[in-house]
Ligand binder design. Structure first.
Ligand code: PEP
Ligand code: MG
Length: 972
């Protein structure tokens, strides 16, 4: 990231001419390890293309796209030339700012210099500057006013000691963007000054971006260095900005009124005493947000539209939040609040419209802003921990030292859209936009922006018209809303009025808003920064007249850093075989669009993939999340062959999907379906399911904004049984906790949630919830075949407690056809199978978790999860123990993890004696077809051999070889 610091500045340099100055600069960049030697050539050729003289005695030499690969790390170095260097055309440079960057980071630098460039006589001042600090001060522009407002005051904060209070003060300054991250550590080193009356003072200039004063008071009496501490001032000091405040404070202390501050109960009172910026005294009203997913794009849009109907200012803030109130008319600002369900919003409205606006806004929020909302359970929410506390880090450039994945290597990424794709890589790295910082004239820049916005609006309109999928349409409607967002356009307008050029103003505002969005503690909302950048780029391209890169002719794999939804939607699925991104998550809009268009996609593959050469052949498996780089002919042939035979087999299997799955020698294997909602039952039956082998009831719970009551659950379970028309239903009791929290169920934060309170451990701790679920299940059964199983059982006691609870309820609600079983997901349960088999009616092996716990690999791990292969012999040993134990007691065993649908695993599982395979509905036909290809005795032999092997790879190779042999024999 480009920032200006004193360490980057070398004062008093001399150079006879521009080329000597460039050499000096290149030497500095090389010595400091930012670039390779060849970067000098880039600096020189950039100057020949066009001078980097910026005005005001400043030049910003940087490399060309061709020399970007010479950059090891982003950075700047500043050389002061007090005697001046002729930069051509008589333009004299007193300060050369050399930039090492792979992308358009000079834009960021221009942004940093914006205020300084507005000053007159800056060149002369730069020439005369005597110290790096003075020079930096000049670059940062005119002296700034001390920030002191309600957001910088926090009264009665929970703090046990001085250090905690210091941390709180520093945090306020950080939030107000007065300081960088390290300020708290800086303050901890500074000697505190007692002011008397319990007040203390700390200040520092280090890491300060703009001057600001924070004031914090503790919620209970604290002593520091033997003296009382009732209030602490933390000053982010820059220049003389705090002088007036300090004088006022001294006068106050002399008058003996210091305790007024330490005992103040409102920030208004503190500001009144200190002379800070007083908040307007506007009418306000609070309301609790009840939307399940917080104030996300859709409800925020509804709220913004409602507010726009009132002529006057309307702001909103989160009570107890650290952020300032934002304009309700701005969608981006609303989203930047990151308001979650259960948080209290406060609307603050201009007096003239308050009487109409406040009731309308409060009612709209209470009614759910276009979404269905359930009442909040305040008792449980009060201690709710955030459900997804994810902060997305933005890496500015590809880290130095990174190399492209080697030919023949396999990269594990996040599977975002299924399917196999093969094609040459088409790498699209961010485009370079060149534009002046200052505009021609205020009117001209306003007009340029309007024209660009108009063109992009038209473009979006076209995309909305053409979009067949609703999901895609909605994304572009949101983009339109962003374009018209007064929160963005007002800020851009203000910058234009200050003389900025349209592109500089536009991208500056967009980038700031996107960064703010990324810092939200909500992964979903943070991912929306991609939407902002997407729309930002579109407008910038219009403003700069940059054409979007032309696609190659043949179907290709598009490789990008992060792909914007509109980029994907523009793609022609006939020409784009697949999408691969270095960053991003599976919930990003672009992934949604890719799935809707049926383009196989992998995301989050890591920055190294951006270094792959365009044209390199890529094989992308959107199902397994695997990328093969320049696969050898055999791999490619295998993939193509697999793909073709699979397609053929799928087509053939589909016609036989309702037939039972019998091996050649007549052994029957039941093939059931995994579902997560009642509506999918009919689809499963239609796909050939002989029953439901796993109903993930937590998904039904997750679909509700609060725990569904017994009647609601009964209705859901009844729907499943009805649609099964007498086929068996295997239901898993609630499996939440760990990585699957329910928003309305507060669970204490755990260091290792996968090893914490999840599955049966959790429900046994909340017997009421478990009993109500069991009752609903028994009531819904009506003597139809119901099998209930408990997830994550690791001990015999857990099974017995769950069983006893069910048997107790069974006395109350007797049913005729009930079996009770457990899932085998924890190695201890498999090892105890000989004991458990005496008591259970069945086992169902959850290979997803069993593999994770056996191999100690987090199933969601971004780089390791690819190795969590259920065909590992260690996992197979545990399945073998389970099946032997079950059969010895006449019990049946199913497998309901993903492994059951893996065509290479089916022969092994059948060979181990598994009686039932439960898979996603779309896999039923294929799994049945696999079973039909088998001979039981061959499969048994194969399974026994697999148990003697050492790795999953060896097992896979064995099965593949056997399958090929079998097919060869068939053809003879
Ligand atoms: C499993 O662990 O294999 C399983 C089926 O359960 P889930 O994937 O829902 O954890
Ligand atoms: Mg599981």
């Amino acid at each position: 990231m480009l920032e200006l610091t004193v360490e980057q500045i070398s004062m008093g340099q001399t150079a006879v001419d521009k080329s000597a100055a460039l050499r000096l600069l290149a030497d500095k960049l090389v010595t400091d390890g930012l670039v390779a030697e060849g970067y000098l050539q880039g600096l020189q050729s950039r100057e020949t293309q066009g001078s980097t003289f910026l005005g005001q005695g400043i030049a910003i030499p940087h490399g060309t796209p061709e020399t970007r690969d010479q950059v090891f790390a982003t950075g700047v170095r500043l050389l002061q030339f007090p005697n001046g260097v002729d930069w051509g055309d008589g333009q004299i440079v007193y300060l050369a700012i050399g930039i090492a960057a792979k992308t358009d980071e000079h834009l960021r630098l221009l942004q940093l210099l914006t205020r300084a460039l507005g000053e007159t006589d800056l060149g002369e001042a730069l020439r005369q500057a005597q110290t790096p600090e003075a020079l930096l001060g000049l670059l940062q522009g005119a002296p700034q006013e001390l920030a002191l407002d309600a957001q910088l005051i926090s009264l009665g904060v929970s703090a046990d000691d001085f250090e905690e209070l210091v941390w709180r003060g520093a945090r306020l300054l950080r939030k107000a963007d007065c300081v960088s991250n390290g300020f708290a550590a800086v303050l901890q080193q500074v000697e505190a000054l007692p002011l008397g009356d319990g007040l203390w003072w700390l200040h520092s200039e280090q890491t300060v971006k703009r001057p600001g004063l924070a004031f914090v008071t503790p919620d209970k009496p604290i002593r520091f260095l033997g003296k009382p501490l009732t209030g602490l001032f933390c000053l982010a000091s820059l220049g003389e900005a705090h002088q007036a405040l300090l004088e006022r404070l001294c006068a106050l202390l002399i008058e003996g009124r210091g305790s007024e501050l330490g005992h103040a109960t409102s920030s208004r009172a503190v500001l009144a005493v200190l002379g800070g910026e007083l908040p307007e005294d506007w009418p306000s009203q609070q309301v609790t947000l009840a939307n399940a997913h917080g104030l996300h794009a859709r409800p925020a849009k509804t709220l913004a539209q409602l507010a726009k109907g009132f002529e006057g200012e309307i702001r909103v803030r989160i009570v107890d939040g650290d952020e300032n109130a934002v304009s309700v008319k701005s969608l981006t600002k609303l989203l930047s609040l990151g308001a979650r369900r259960g948080q209290v919003l406060e609307f603050i409205v201009e007096p003239g419209i308050a009487a109409q606006a406040l009731p309308a806004l409060i009612a709209a929020v209470q009614e759910g802003l276009g979404e269905e909302v359930d009442a909040l359970l305040h008792e449980t929410l009060r201690h709710e921990t955030p459900t997804a506390a994810v902060t997305l880090a933005v890496v500015e450039i590809i880290a130095p030292g990174l190399v492209a994945p080697a030919d023949g290597s396999v990269v594990q990424a996040i599977a975002a859209a299924p399917g196999i794709a093969v094609g040459p890589a088409h790498i699209q790295v961010p485009q370079a936009f060149d534009f002046p910082l200052r505009g021609e004239s205020i009117a001209a820049e306003h007009q340029r922006l309007q024209l660009a916005l108009f063109a992009v609006r038209q473009d979006l309109e076209g995309l909305i018209q053409r979009a067949e999928a609703k999901a895609i349409r909605e994304i572009f409607i949101t983009h339109q809303e962003l374009l018209d967002d007064p929160g963005l356009t007002d800020e851009v307008s203000a910058r234009l009025d200050h003389g900025d050029s349209a592109p500089a103003a536009w991208i500056g505002v967009i980038e700031a808003a996107a960064r703010q969005q990324e810092q939200l503690h909500d992964a979903l909302l943070a991912e929306r920064a991609a939407d902002l950048r997407d729309i930002g780029r579109r407008v910038l391209a219009q403003l700069c007249g940059v054409e979007t890169v032309t696609e190659p002719e043949q179907p290709y794999i598009l490789v990008m850093e992060e792909v914007g939804p509109s980029d994907v939607a523009r793609l022609d699925p006939k020409r784009v075989a697949g999408i691969l991104t270095a960053r991003g998550g599976a919930t990003a809009h672009s992934a949604i669009v890719a799935r809707a268009l049926g383009i196989p996609a992998l995301v989050g593959a890591g920055d190294a993939v951006l270094l792959i050469k365009s044209g390199t052949l890529l094989l992308l498996d959107g199902q397994r999340g695997r990328l093969s780089v320049a696969p050898d002919a055999a791999t490619l042939q295998r993939a193509t062959h697999d793909h073709n035979t699979r397609t053929e087999r799928l087509n053939a299997a589909a016609t036989l999907r309702h037939e039972p799955a019998l091996t050649r020698d007549g052994h029957a294997v039941e093939v059931f379906a995994n579902i997560g909602d009642s509506a999918s039952t009919a689809v499963a039956v239609e796909q050939g399911a002989e029953g439901i082998g796993l109903l993930r009831t937590e998904l039904i719970f997750m679909a509700h904004t609060q725990a569904p009551d017994e009647a609601t659950q009964e209705a859901e379970y009844r729907r499943v049984l009805d649609a099964l028309h007498g086929r068996p239903l295997v239901v898993r009791t609630l499996d939440v906790g760990g990585d699957k929290p329910l928003p309305y169920w507060p669970i204490d934060k755990e260091e290792n949630p996968f090893l914490g309170v999840r599955g049966i451990r959790l429900t046994l701790q909340r017997p009421q919830i478990m009993e109500s679920q069991l009752r609903a299940l028994l009531r819904a059964a009506d003597n139809r075949p119901l099998r209930i199983m408990f997830p994550m059982v690791g001990t015999v006691e857990e099974w017995r407690q769950a069983r006893d609870m069910t048997l107790r309820l069974l006395e109350e609600i007797p049913i005729a056809d009930l079996q009770l079983g457990i899932m085998i997901e924890v190695p201890s349960a498999a090892l105890l199978a000989p004991v458990l088999a005496r008591e259970v009616d069945f086992f169902s092996v959850g290979t997803n978790d069993l593999t994770q716990y056996t191999l100690a690999i987090d199933r969601g791990h971004p780089t390791l999860s690819g190795q969590a292969d259920g065909l590992h012999p260690a996992v197979l040993q545990l399945i073998d123990i389970t099946v032997r134990a079950a059969h010895a007691h006449g019990k049946w065993v199913g497998v309901c993890g993903e492994l059951a649908a893996d065509p290479l695993a089916v022969p092994v599982l059948v060979g181990l004696g598994v009686d039932e395979l439960s898979v996603a509905s779309r896999s039923i036909g294929e799994v049945k077809a696999c079973v039909r290809e088998l001979n039981l005795s061959d499969a048994q032999h194969l399974a026994q051999r697999a148990l003697t092997l050492g790795t999953a790879g060896e097992v896979r190779a064995l099965v593949e070889a056997q399958t090929v042999d079998a097919r060869l024999l068939e053809t003879l």
